[in-house]
Design a protein around this ligand. Structure first.
Ligand SMILES: Cc1ncc(C[n+]2csc(CCOP(=O)(O)OP(=O)(O)O)c2C)c(N)n1
Ligand code: SF4
Ligand SMILES: [Mg+2]
Length: 286
């Protein structure tokens, strides 16, 4: 039987108190609850504090370029769609440098879980503004305060037709664990945006700030995740009250399900002919 210990990885290099520790814990708990063994899971990440997360787990890992986790995760899922593939980025990687990939992963509805550690700052490079930074946020590169409108990843994903859009808060570990489980079980692309306090470089978005505002969508009564209009209005809620939970879901066939070549077995288990491969490659050579 799989246990948390099976996922124990190397020593961490995050700052004490960082929300990333809570995300790591929620992720391990979710995988164990789903009875997934480390060899059944692949983590793909980019560069950043968030991108280090798979280093602290014992499982399959591909750590590539900043903002480029989704193309690698997509390729891996197509090569072996029996793998549970989890892509991980920060808000800079996911919503800035890699935002183009996010748009097309949503459009394809590839069966991946995408965890974005949203600390609203570039943590690894020591505190510049990110696409989700609030207006007025003062950093070394914005000494007069950030004057750009923050990107709203939840509204963006819903508008693009994403089939699973959720927001978690790192300090609510049990709640986040459940979101991760649901995201993994979802047959299609699952975006989980996680509010993650960066205790070193974001002195605006502290635990205290979030604790006062964050509420569970299912707090009073069961929230209907299929109503797009309500989901859109929830996506706009930010300030005094911030909803967490599964904000929107819909059904659409996943990318892999529509590829006829994958119907019999994962690509890696299919036979191939070297002679035929050579013939194809030779076709490109004079
Ligand atoms: C292609 C490329 N562009 C830029 C960088 C520099 N860089 C590394 S991490 C980073 C920002 C990290 O912020 P985020 O993605 O939000 O992750 P965090 O560290 O906050 O978790 C940047 C700009 C890089 N390593 N590679
Ligand atoms: S700089 Fe921020 S995001 Fe990075 S480890 Fe420290 S607290 Fe966490
Ligand atoms: Mg960040």
């Amino acid at each position: 039987m799989v246990t948390i210990n099976d996922y124990e990885g190397g020593e961490t290099a995050w700052c004490p108190g960082c929300g990333n520790f809570q995300i790591l814990e929620a992720l391990k708990r979710g995988l164990v609850n789903l009875k997934l063994e480390p060899h059944q899971v692949l983590f793909v990440s980019g560069i950043g504090q968030a991108g280090k997360l798979p280093h602290y787990l014992k499982s399959n890992l591909f750590n590539g370029l900043h903002g480029r986790s989704l193309p690698v995760a997509t390729g891996a899922k197509i090569a072996n769609h029996e793998l549970t593939v989890i892509a991980i980025d920060g808000d800079g990687g996911g919503y800035g440098e890699g935002c183009n990939h996010l748009i097309h992963a949503i459009r394809r509805n590839i069966n991946l879980t995408y965890l974005v550690h949203n600390n609203q700052v570039y943590g690894l490079t020591k505190g510049q503004t990110s696409p989700t930074s609030e207006k007025g946020f003062i950093t070394k590169t914005t000494p007069e305060g950030n004057f750009l409108q923050p990107l709203n990843p939840i509204a963006l994903a819903i508008s693009l037709g994403a089939t699973f859009v959720a927001r978690g808060y790192s300090a609510r570990i049990s709640h986040l664990t459940k979101l991760i489980e649901e995201g993994i079980k979802h047959e299609g692309f699952a975006l989980i945006d996680v509010l993650q306090p960066c205790v070193s470089f974001n002195r605006l978005k502290t635990y205290k700030w979030y604790n006062k505002r964050v509420y569970d969508l299912n707090e009073d009564k069961e929230y209907d995740t299929s109503d797009k209009t309500v989901a859109f209005s929830k996506a706009q809620e930010w300030g005094e009250k911030i909803p967490i939970g599964i904000i929107y879901t819909s059904e659409k066939s996943s990318y892999e399900k529509q590829i006829s070549a994958l119907k019999t077995a994962p690509l890696i288990k299919q036979k191939y002919s070297m002679a035929k491969m050579k013939q194809i490659i030779d076709g490109f050579v004079q």
